[in-house]
Design a protein around this ligand. Sequence first.
Ligand code: ADP
Length: 629
Amino acid sequence: MAVEAKQETRGFQTEVRVLLDLMIHSLYSNKEIFLRELISNASDAADKLRFDALQNDGLYEGDAEFKIRVEYDKKQKTISVIDNGIGMSREEIIEHLGTIARSGTRQFFESLTGDQSKDAQLIGQFGVGFYSTFIVAKKVEVISRRAGLPGTEGVRWVSTGEGEYTIETIEHPQRGTKVVLYLKDEAKEFLDGFRLRGIIKRYSDHISLPIIMPVEGKDEKGDETVNNATALWVRNKKDIKEEEYHEFYKHVAHDFQPPLAYLHHRVEGKLEYSSLLFIPAHAPFDLWDRQQRHGVKLYVKRVFIMDDAEQLVPSYLRFIRGIVDSDDLPLNVSREILQRNKMIDAIRSGCTKKILGLLQNMARKESGKYSEFWKEFGRILKEGIIDEADKREDLAKLFRFSSTHEDQEEQTVSLEDYVARMQQDQKAIYYITSDSFATARNSPHLEIFRKKGLEVLLMSDPIDEWVTTHLHEFAGKPLQSVMKGKLDLGDEKEEKDSNISLVNNELNELTDRIKKVLESRVKEVRATRRLTSSPACLVADEHDMGRTLERILRASGQKVPASKPILEINPEHPVIHRMKQETDESVFADWSNILFEQSLLSEGGQLDDPAGFVQRLNHMFLQLGEKHS
Ligand code: ADP
């Protein structure tokens, strides 16, 4: 029975339109990558079928020899890429070639600036894929038949890349997918066997399936394999060129740019596996999405088993891309089995060790490269301190922070640097946490440290709060928040001499008066040495939760037990002197509240009653005005 054509025209999802437009305009100088993308998809399609066929070898339909064919036709001005992989059904084509289903896509497109040269960089983070065909083609035709569907019904998808495509059901016995590009005039250069072979060698040599082209020459007939056609990770490291690793990375990671670094490793003995792992140069746009799809792929004896096998590397290394190929796991391994498999645990710990080793080496020998890494992935690596108790010290060595001893915001100071330049009698590694770098750097809590030349690490990534609750010491030195507890700078003598510890009646009277006003807002009011130019600041009690962490948790909707801060005042400050002399209790109450509120603001906190604060401030201005008039 002939199949019913069921032809229809559909519009692309808005995001696809934007992507198409941007791609055509930004990648024209790198046109040839379309072939790499098509071959990469064809190879994935073979992997998928091979995997499904493990459960049902009827899917092979008598043809288990995977290959990719590349043909061109000078007269028709077409290039075709043909595979015998899994193919696509009508629904799948609509879904895969008309929409982008990655979560975070909308936000990604909203982040585009409209400035094409800037956006062209971003497109790399997104991955170019199938749509790159429209850089060279004025029309693209995709003909496909899904493996396992009964009958000979296939589907044809056609588009000129201008907002719409048509799709129809056709008679098509051949399993797999054929993509035909009708080239634009300015892309005719690709109608050249020599050129196409060059592109395949350059970008797709590592593909493990044979890529076949017809033999060139007048009297020549038959086909030849153009690429190396063995899995890259099986080959001897010595024979693999850097570019081949790079191209392989672009294929597995769907990235557009080369990786920052890679590791190729083979383990032999009781457990045998190969790993080829990459650190990308840039974080993908959806790295923060825990559901993001591309990760480390699992192969068993060269057969692709699954994408994003999250058990292969810990979650704090989820930016790693690549493959692990095990010789020992069964081919029918499932995600459930992976979760409690001793071999997987061993592979994971082996890979983790290798990756951390690579990073340590990079930090030591290529600090510029390491800071690029840190900028992109540091915040994720920091999560490791929570997940892996036994690697705390190793991980902490890799961390970088901003510091009062550096000018720029960039996180460049290691804990080892810090410890090496600690002052002679300094007892602790001091840090401050805050919501932003500027708030941390300008915090009044740092004043005495600045004066004494003591270095303080400025931490403003939300994850830093967890880092400091899990990392209590480094190289035998405790980590100490400058916003918590009593200040102990290890200079008892100096402290005694300063007029704070002189239990000064006048001062006690003042702190008691302030405490009475702020009864409901603070736990205690006390004099401090922390400040040199600000009148007051807030600190948390030694064993209370840090104030920044409290704010982060509240902002994320969690219930946090209320703990009142301690207000510390600077007895030397003119404002404090002035307060001492204030006899009008209602004015004094205003001053006390303002003191509390400005301390809260300067640590990046929010006022419960901002209007009340503004009223008090205006009230004070008026009083000043009255005095002067
Ligand atoms: P990506 O390859 O990054 O997922 P593409 O835009 O290149 O993105 O392709 C989108 C999807 O279309 C693929 O994920 C795959 O499901 C499907 N697809 C593309 N080419 C083929 C093919 N030759 N065979 C089967 N499916 C394909």
